[in-house]
Design a protein around this ligand. Structure first.
Ligand SMILES: [Zn+2]
Length: 149
């Protein structure tokens, strides 16, 4: 089996269905097998607690998480930077956002002490974390530096 045919699973940001893709099909704007909407929209996906757990556990693609909250000024300031980073990093990386105010147990479980905090998950495991707001170029550079090679 060549690398382009390696099966990859990713969770649909619209309906939550786990889709099986191949690395070779990632670049051709794949649609969800159930709801037929694009699996990658070039924008971060806002997840609730259940969606977060599923996306982290079922995704073969690296998942970058922005732990944020609506009352946090630096978080809101970083949002457009994070959106710009999503356009750069997808579909190699899935970018998601988790509102820590609506999922405090999850934030506590992941030991989120300050926001914004970015965390990169690969194969369901956190491999890197960075607290504090970053610009789009720094988010992209930091993420790529921690991706498996
Ligand atoms: Zn779907």
């Amino acid at each position: 089996m060549n690398a382009a045919a390696t099966p990859l699973h990713t969770v649909c940001p619209h309906c939550g269905t786990t889709n099986r893709l191949t690395a070779g099909s990632l670049g051709s704007a794949p649609d969800c097998g159930r709801c037929h909407r694009p699996l990658f929209t070039g924008a971060p996906v806002a997840l609730d607690e259940a969606g977060f757990r599923k996306t982290i556990q079922k995704s073969d693609l690296p998942v970058l998480v922005d732990f944020w909250a609506p009352w946090c000024g630096p978080c809101r300031a970083m949002a457009p930077q994070y959106e710009a980073a999503a356009r750069e990093l997808e579909p190699t990386v899935r970018l998601v956002k988790l509102d820590t105010e609506s999922a405090p147990a999850l934030a506590a479980q992941h030991n989120i002490r300050s926001i914004p905090t970015l965390a990169l998950f690969v194969g369901g495991r956190e491999v890197a974390r960075q607290a504090g707001a970053m610009g789009a170029a720094d988010i992209v550079r930091w993420t790529r530096a921690h991706l498996p090679h």
